[in-house]
Write a new protein. Structure first.
Length: 201
């Protein structure tokens, strides 16, 4: 209980400053992060998200990555992508090199749809189905349900790459995936897609 109270007091002190750079500097200067376990880091991260403290969030995500938790590459990238900063794409690529499914999926979707174009800079991602399939395939084979579903649909619907065997392979992987993560009922949508298109294996 004392530790949680200490964390809350420290968080309140961090946010008593109005200048974001001072807040970020205080987090580093106090060497606060190294004394926190994963649960306490989660509480701090949640508080920073609630307060939309981007600079401090970046420091926490970078610290967690440095400590070996590669899943935070996606979160760190998002803090840059929200501001149309091309550094976000570079961070996604770094996370993808560690086979982080969030980074792989995000890059695949960007390449599939050509969605990222920097307004105040020179970074763009144009539609590139080969790159999209590459990133989706790595994530799908790494048990990412959304990538499995997206790949099966691409192999079924896109004439350029149409391949019923590949469609069935990834659709089956998706439906039989026992992952805890199923946001938006991906498995249910995959089953509906299978039934609607009379796909059997």
């Amino acid at each position: 209980m004392t530790n949680i109270l200490l964390i809350l007091i420290t968080i309140m002190c961090l946010f008593s400053c109005t200048d974001k750079s001072i807040q970020a500097h205080r987090v580093i200067e106090s060497k606060f992060l190294k004394n926190l376990n994963e649960r306490k880091l989660d509480l701090l991260t949640f508080e920073l998200l609630e307060r939309n403290s981007v600079d401090s969030l970046r420091i926490v995500y970078e610290y967690r990555i440095e400590k070996g938790n590669k899943k935070y590459y996606y979160n760190l990238a998002a803090t840059y992508l929200e501001l149309n900063d091309n550094k976000g794409i570079e961070i996604l690529k770094k996370g993808a090199s560690f086979k982080d499914n969030g980074c792989l999926l995000a890059l695949a979707m960007y390449y599939e749809n050509g969605q990222f174009a920097l307004i105040k800079g020179n970074y763009t991602i144009t539609t590139n189905l080969d790159s999209a399939i590459c990133y989706y395939t790595i994530a799908a084979n790494n048990n990412d349900m959304q990538s499995q579903a997206n790949l099966s649909i691409m192999y079924f619907e896109l004439p350029k790459i149409q391949n019923l065997d590949s469609c069935k392979k990834y659709l089956k992987m998706c439906i039989e995936n026992n992952s805890d993560y199923d946001e938006g009922d991906i498995k249910g949508a995959a089953i509906e897609f299978k039934n609607r298109n009379n796909i059997i294996w």
